[in-house]
Design a protein. Structure first.
Length: 618
């Protein structure tokens, strides 16, 4: 049976990540993983067999990125044919040995990486894809899967090339960021509109986001196309281990729950992408096998947008009692954390700050943000707030894609313009596609940034040479009471203090047991600790953080309370919101004696959500 005939008859189970499994076997992500089809075929075959044993109906060849341009970066440009041919043969052999109907999908990535996109024109991209797809089709793949395409124009080009090569069904999968747009800025509606008239058997999405964020994308694709829809999410967000190693920790039960929701929504093919393993696929396959009799499709959830906030009181000048002074005097600090706006326009943030000024907040921590979208830098945004809103601001500076010379220049410039407080983070790059952070600089981490700031305060540059003047930065560092290995986190926190950190800011905290342990362990350091909190306004938000974001601990009782509140029909949004705010207000009341201040993350446009939290701090 052809793939395009089978995909309309039952829910097909796809495999999970190939790169993750090869990475776990000791291969670094900056090598040409498809070349392992030649140098270590038994490893690739074993991974295929593991997914088939877990219930996969479709396995993808280990040929993602196996084109002339990607392989050329590792010196294998002349091996395109050999690598793709071997990839198909390994997958086909595993499919035959499974003894059941299994489809072999030829995996095809975009012709270019994000860094190559602006250097390679459309004609060359098409030629590169044609060369690879001709080999895959010639070796007899059952379907060609075009996956992890972040730009709609490239996906349309790829579909046309694949359709021209031969009569083989095509799956076209776009990748979306957490805001529901592709990397090129297109919505699911726009993707569906552009692709539904092309000769494809299935339209779908894979990579970059985890299952919860992908669910809304899948629902939109189903709404706007009559084609079967596929969904292959990542296993949540990756955790950085060292400088070049990543780990995903989403559990199989949570993953299976969402793949079942994809199926209930009407998806025809579900599987996994980065971070997923045979264990995830096995649990998902069992869950979907148990599911029967549910109606395809689901009602769309209404989306409401609050009215914009008007500007509050006129900005006031920054006077005495700034952050450094308050920390020195051990006066309790209350601050709001805001993200730089997407698109490079500061008006929205200015409106938010004006409204918060009316609520008595005069200190603002500007986060670095983790979106791949173009946005103002945190330092620029913080300076803008100081100069145009008359409030004191603290800039969060990350190091993941900056050299030490770039960091030094940025910090000296910020100091010259009046910036005095910095929160240091290593940070994580936004997930842009199949493998995270391969193109990062990683010259220094948060410890290195703290040391740099401390040296600048001493009148020395990164090379130890004297400056014409000393800086006067108030140096903060991020710590995480929710870390999986709290002992190691405490040790690293002490190292940050030794490097020069003058105050510490936690990652958002949702339970106090680990915070108490950390505060007690660091008591002898006598460094102010600010508690960061982010109110949970829905069960879905809490569920996402608990299962898809590394090193976040959400108590089971919190999840249960929010889930129960969210099950109350039409009143669910208000009820869950109220429960979440009550829980956070209670946490703040209990936590206040433990810490020297609180940084409250602004929940989108819902500024009213801050009122009960600020009341708890009064």
């Amino acid at each position: 049976m052809r793939f395009d005939e089978a995909c309309g008859r039952r829910i097909l189970i796809g495999d999970g990540a190939m790169g993750t499994m090869l990475h776990a076997a000791g291969n670094t992500l900056d090598r040409a993983l498809p070349e392992l089809n030649l140098s270590d075929p038994s490893l690739v075959a074993t991974i295929h067999e593991s997914y088939l044993s877990s219930g996969a109906d479709l396995i993808q060849t280990n040929t993602f990125g196996a084109n002339r341009l990607w392989l050329g970066d590792q010196g294998y440009a002349d091996k395109v044919t050999d690598i793709n041919r071997a990839g198909v043969r390994l997958a086909a052999a595993a499919a035959r040995e499974s003894g059941r109907e299994v489809f072999v999908a030829g995996s095809v990535s975009p012709a270019v990486t994000a860094l190559q996109r602006h250097r390679v024109d459309a004609a060359e991209r098409a030629a590169v894809l044609r060369e690879q797809i001709e080999v895959l089709v010639g070796e007899g793949v059952d379907v060609v899967v075009l996956e992890t395409f972040g730009y709609l124009d490239e996906l349309v080009e790829a579909v046309r090339v694949a359709a021209d090569v031969g009569d083989v069904p095509i799956i076209a999968q776009a990748t979306f960021a957490g805001d529901g747009h592709t990397l090129g800025g297109e919505t699911a509606h726009e993707v569906a509109s552009a692709l539904s008239g092309l000769p494809i058997a299935m339209l779908g999405t894979n990579c970059t986001i985890g299952p919860q964020r992908m669910l809304s994308v899948v629902e939109d694709l189903i709404r706007f196309t009559s084609l079967p829809v596929s969904a292959q999410p990542n296993a949540g967000q990756p955790r950085l281990l060292g400088r070049r190693r990543f780990e995903f920790n989403i559990d199989g039960t949570y993953f299976a729950r969402y793949l079942r929701r994809f199926a209930e929504a009407g998806a025809g093919l579900v599987g996994g992408c980065c971070g997923t393993t045979p264990t995830h696929i096995r649990v998902a396959a069992d869950s979907i096998a148990e599911w029967s009799g549910a109606a395809a499709g689901s009602a769309a959830r209404p989306v409401t947008r609050p009215a914009p906030y008007s500007r509050g009181p006129e900005p006031v000048r920054i006077g005495e009692g700034g952050l450094a002074d308050r920390l020195t005097r051990r006066r309790f600090v209350t601050a709001a954390e805001i993200e730089p706006p997407v698109g490079g326009v500061a008006d929205t943030a200015m409106d938010t700050v004006a409204a918060l000024r009316g609520r008595g907040i005069a200190l603002y921590a500007v986060s670095a943000g983790d979106s791949a979208r173009a946005r103002l830098g945190s330092v620029s945004m913080a300076l803008h707030l100081q100069q145009h809103a008359g409030v004191e601001s603290v800039a969060t500076v990350t190091t993941w894609d900056k050299s030490i010379m770039t960091l030094q220049a940025e910090l000296l410039g910020a100091h010259a313009l009046g910036m005095r407080s910095i929160i240091c983070e290593t940070g994580n790059p936004p997930v842009l596609g199949d493998y995270p952070a391969v193109d990062g600089v990683w010259e220094v981490d948060a410890l290195g940034l703290i040391s740099l700031l401390s040296a600048l305060n001493s009148g020395r540059d990164s090379n130890g040479l004297p400056l014409t003047t000393k800086t006067s930065f108030c140096i903060g560092a991020r710590i995480n009471p929710g870390a999986e290995d709290l002992t190691t986190e405490i040790t690293r926190s002490r190292a940050k203090i030794r490097a020069g950190a003058q105050f510490l800011v936690t990652s958002p905290v949702y339970e106090l047991a680990a915070l108490r342990r950390m505060v007690d362990a660091l008591a002898e350091e006598d460094v102010p600790i600010l508690l960061s909190v982010a109110p949970l306004l829905s069960f879905e938000e809490a569920d996402y953080l608990a299962h898809e974001v590394p090193d976040v601990t959400i108590p089971a009782a919190t999840l249960t309370a929010l889930e129960s509140a969210g099950a109350q029909g039409a009143r669910s949004a208000h009820s869950a919101r109220s429960v979440g705010l009550d829980l956070m207000a209670g946490l703040l009341t209990e936590a206040r004696p433990l810490v020297d201040g609180v940084v409250v993350r602004v929940p989108g446009d819902d500024l009213a959500a801050l009122d009960p939290l600020l009341a708890a701090l009064a």
